[in-house]
Design a protein around this ligand. Structure first.
Ligand code: ADP
Ligand code: MG
Length: 483
């Protein structure tokens, strides 16, 4: 059951979400955990001192408003900070910063027992000079942005991913210490790049909790960089990245055509690499095929190992689906899994999408999961390769629709319904085929190109003026576009 403090915080998040960018929301609010609510005081657990200061500096008004909205005028806020203290395991207990009045001044002097490395002079100055460095903290407490379920346990091994997976595991177990630096993972869409990237980060975090791991998409990186230019704290941006031990940059191809961002990434890359830090990169193409990326950056990518993820074979696809339903605690007949794996064979994400849709359909309509239900759902997922539409096909469809023989359509008959059918054949041939006007005319009763043009104009006019005719055109269009 949802606790009251969770409900209150959910209510706050709703409002906050509407007021800030998704990026800021994910960075600053998604990692917050509500922990209790006592006497109208909501306690939020934040990952670090820096986090707390940043929230106070930038989001205090928004927080104030939402807390009051949820809890009334008596609503108060207090923070519990999880210390990243690598010196002493017993100090990993969260400790609490009381911010009883939600008053910024009071918060500048929170009544807390500062742990050793926070009690130096620098931390007395509680203004946060920039978003990337924690004042007075030697160790950066970066939220790694990792998704828990994207771990190695859930990453099924197969021939399709053997090298990438084992290299990833090696890197996760020995970050910066293997020759796989950078490790570049590439594949087409939906084959597990992002999953593997996270898995490496999670492995590092499990084995070396003190290491600073960061998962970031190339797009986020670009946005942060642009923001830092706008705010004049480019140095802090670079400085922040210099402190990362394991940098996982997803979808590097998104940097294509962005020379300034590539330039700053190039320097960060060099700095990290020189200092034995691990870099993991994913991309939708191998380095040799990347376009829009500067040669000097590309040459860096070749320093380490490039490994690809291929389309999994049938058995691996089944194993992936089995793992998925096992994790979700649901049951599904084997033959349905086989059907999904055989019909959707190039994209794991789509396979999972079909699986979820089947589950949803069955629970919504209270139907058992049968092969029939599954194949209905899958049909919607599998885009049929468009069959090429020919003039002959269009003519036949029109003859069927109006129930007139083909000879008539191709004749010189001036009967009104024949003329219209012929004109429609010309119109749709122009719309759906690449044939020239002359060819179309030739096939539709041996007419010239001007006649075809005239026919197209006439059809358009009639659609605008004649309701009945419009209906015919729409129906025919539906029939032809379903081909
Ligand atoms: P990409 O980043 O290459 O587009 P993702 O990493 O987002 O692909 O993977 C798409 C989906 O497929 C994710 O839900 C992921 O968990 C799943 N997936 C991919 N590869 C595997 C695998 N080997 N084992 C289990 N699940 C996988
Ligand atoms: Mg991805």
């Amino acid at each position: 059951m949802e606790k009251r403090y969770e409900k209150v915080w959910m209510g706050c998040l709703e409002v906050i979400k509407d007021n800030i960018s998704p990026n800021s929301f994910n960075t600053w609010f998604a990692p917050i955990k509500p922990v209790r609510l006592n006497n109208n005081v909501l306690t939020l657990q934040v990952p670090s001192q820096f986090f707390y200061e940043w929230l106070e500096e930038h989001y205090i008004d928004l927080l104030k408003k939402t807390i009051k909205k949820e809890l009334g005028p008596e609503g108060r806020l207090e923070y519990s900070i999880v210390m990243d203290n690598t010196l002493n395991a017993s100090q990993t207990q969260p400790y609490t910063v009381h911010a009883p009045t939600l008053n910024k001044k009071a918060l500048k002097n929170p009544p807390i027992n500062m742990p050793v490395d926070l009690s130096n002079n620098k931390t007395k100055d509680r203004s946060v000079p920039n978003p990337f460095v924690i004042p007075g903290l030697k160790k950066l407490n970066v939220h790694p942005q990792l998704i828990d379920s994207y771990n190695f346990d859930n990453f099924i091994q197969g021939d399709c991913n053997r090298l990438a997976r084992s290299a990833g595991l090696a890197v996760g177990q020995n970050p910066g210490k293997t020759s796989f630096n950078p490790l570049l993972i590439y594949s087409s869409n939906g084959l597990g790049k992002t999953h593997l990237g996270h898995a490496i980060g999670i492995e590092v975090k499990n084995l070396y909790p003190e290491k600073t791991v960061l998962y970031v998409t190339a797009e986020q990186f670009t946005n942060q960089f642009i923001d830092s230019i706008r705010n004049g704290n480019q140095n802090d941006f670079v400085h922040f990245y210099h402190m990362i031990d394991v940098l996982i940059m997803d979808d590097i191809h998104c940097l294509a055509g962005k020379p300034k961002t590539q330039d700053v990434f190039f320097h960060i890359f060099n700095q990290l690499h020189q200092n034995g830090k691990q870099i993991v990169i994913t991309s939708d193409t191998p380095p040799v095929e990347m376009s829009g990326i500067e040669p000097r950056l590309l040459s860096r990518f070749k320093w380490g190992l490039s490994a690809d993820l291929q389309v999994p074979d049938f058995e691996t696809r089944i194993a992936i689906l089995q793992k998925k339903i096992f994790n979700d605690g649901v049951d599904m007949p084997g033959e349905v899994l086989e059907l999904i794996s055989s019909k959707i064979d190039t994209n794991i994400r789509e396979m999972e999408g079909a699986l979820i849709s089947i589950l949803a359909q069955s629970s919504m309509n209270r139907k058992d999961i049968t092969l029939e239900l599954a194949s209905q759902v899958i049909d919607k997922f599998v885009k049929k390769a468009p069959k090429e539409i020919t003039i002959d096909y269009i003519q036949q469809a029109i003859c069927n629709y109006f129930e007139i023989p083909m000879e008539k359509l191709k004749s010189k008959s001036r009967k009104r319904e024949t003329v219209q059918a012929r004109q429609l054949a010309m119109y749709f041939s122009k719309l759906y085929t690449k044939s020239s006007l002359a060819v179309i005319g030739n096939k539709c009763g041996n007419k010239d190109h001007a006649t075809v043009l005239h026919a197209c104009k006439t059809v358009k006019n009639l659609v605008d003026t004649d309701k009945n005719f419009k209906k015919h055109v729409e129906e025919l269009d539906g029939i032809l576009s379903m081909t």
